[in-house]
Design a protein around this ligand. Structure first.
Ligand SMILES: [Zn+2]
Length: 51
């Protein structure tokens, strides 16, 4: 696993969470067009917390 900068999805249908793991199964589903850097004030995603 590798830690990357915080990122989140701008897609309204995605959960309001941010990710900080590059191999997060949820974060990997975010297409580059929807991916933004930062947390947007969201809590960290469950997968990223457990990793
Ligand atoms: Zn995640």
């Amino acid at each position: 696993m590798s830690k990357v900068g915080n990122y989140y999805s701008i897609n309204p249908s995605d959960p309001d969470v941010y990710h900080d793991q590059s191999n997060c199964p949820s974060g990997q589903q975010i297409p580059p067009a929807n991916r933004r850097s930062g947390t947007n004030g969201y809590p960290k995603c469950k997968h990223c917390r457990d990793m």
